[in-house]
Design a protein around this ligand. Structure first.
Ligand code: MRU
Length: 354
């Protein structure tokens, strides 16, 4: 997608460095961060300088390539395995991270020149992510009728992938097809990926939208103001249960109550068939300070962090929830729109290919 007239991917590799759009600085400033080592790149994932399932996957792929380049001749295998373990310990829920490290590792280890092959494989992960996101947009756009109001949660736009995104890709493609639409982006406390990132993306793309409080969705659905809802996914179990940003489950329950079609958009690399159901998906619990504090520029433009909760109280901060398959109208993937009961049959051995 374009920012100030320049086309950007969310993450890319040049030489031995990984470059990424610094998402913690958005929407207040647009900066590129250079991660010079595998350790820097791991830190960028942990601190959420880069976030979102697909973007985490692409970044992990490049971190794996850095791990191969940095490994010394003596003790090569041990060093590469340590790097892989370190990357995989950065964040636990998004399946794309594990998909990416395993793919790059497998391709590189099978080659006579593992360091070069790792870079090539990481770029393949990125290229597939972009292709899949675009294709998801094509399938998803067919569901949107001219004049509809679409709701989304968190940020599953192009910032959360390498380009296009998943939940927002249908919106971008429908706009390109000439359909008029309006997007409600909920703020997505505690980190506000909706209010900060989705709104920033939509504004840059010229899509009419409004940020709504997290707790406004039911009221808007009850008033008939939302025609459909698209969300992303961090991991999808074999039975169609979907782990996604905390709050997704509430939206899905509301959508069912008010007969609003509720679609999950995710590439097949997000499916983890080793999880029989959502209860097998590890849920990241993040630091309580994300609930207690917010940050943003003051009137003088200086970024400040302020406490917004009662001093002395503890907070509990699960980053994801699991939406049971029965609440999901369909899952939009790069191979088509699947019903949750079709997953095992349709996804099958796709994970071995790229
Ligand atoms: O914690 P984050 O921001 O990395 O959360 C992941 C997500 O971006 C959302 O859950 C999103 O809706 C899934 S698709 C990128």
């Amino acid at each position: 997608m374009r920012v100030n007239g320049i086309h950007y991917k969310t993450v890319w590799m040049e030489g031995s460095s990984v470059f990424l759009i610094e998402q913690n600085k958005l929407p207040f400033s647009f900066e590129i961060y250079e991660a010079k080592t595998c350790a820097d790149t791991c830190n960028a994932i942990t601190t959420m300088q880069v976030r979102g399932a697909g973007a985490i996957g692409c970044t992990a792929a490049f971190a794996m390539a850095q791990g191969f380049s940095e490994a010394p001749e003596i003790g090569f295998l041990d060093a590469v395995n340590r790097a892989k373990a370190k990357i995989e310990a950065t964040r636990p829920t998004a399946q794309n991270l594990f998909y990416a490290t395993n793919f790059v590792y497998g391709q590189a280890m099978a080659a006579s020149n593992p360091r070069e092959e790792a870079v090539k494989a990481a770029n393949q992960v990125l290229a597939k992510d972009t292709r899949d996101s675009r294709q998801i947009g094509q399938f998803g756009a067919s569901l949107i009728q001219d004049g509809w109001n679409v709701a989304t949660h968190c940020n599953a736009g192009w910032l959360a992938f390498s380009d296009f995104g998943t939940a927002l890709s249908p919106v971008y493609i429908a706009r390109d097809q000439g359909k008029k639409l309006f997007v409600y982006a909920d703020e997505t406390r505690p980190r506000s990926q909706g209010g900060r990132l989705t709104a920033w993306e939509l504004r840059h793309e010229g899509i009419p939208h409004a940020i709504i409080p997290d707790n406004a969705t039911a009221a808007l659905m009850a008033a008939g103001k939302i025609d459909m809802m698209f969300v992303g996914a961090d991991r999808i179990a074999a039975n169609g249960d979907v782990a996604n940003k905390i709050g997704t489950l509430e939206k899905a329950i509301c959508a069912q109550q008010f007969d609003v079609p509720f679609y999950v958009a995710a590439p097949t690399s997000t499916f983890d068939l080793s999880c029989a159901s959502g209860t097998d998906i590890p849920i990241e619990i993040r630091h309580q300070d994300e609930v207690h504090y917010v940050s943003g520029p003051d009137a003088d433009g200086i970024l400040r962090r302020i406490r917004i909760t009662a001093p002395g109280s503890d907070a509990y901060n699960p980053a994801f929830d699991v939406t049971p398959a029965r609440f999901i109208t369909g899952i939009i993937t790069e191979i088509g729109i699947l019903k949750t009961h079709e997953i095992v049959e349709k996804i099958g051995d796709l994970h071995e290919r790229i």
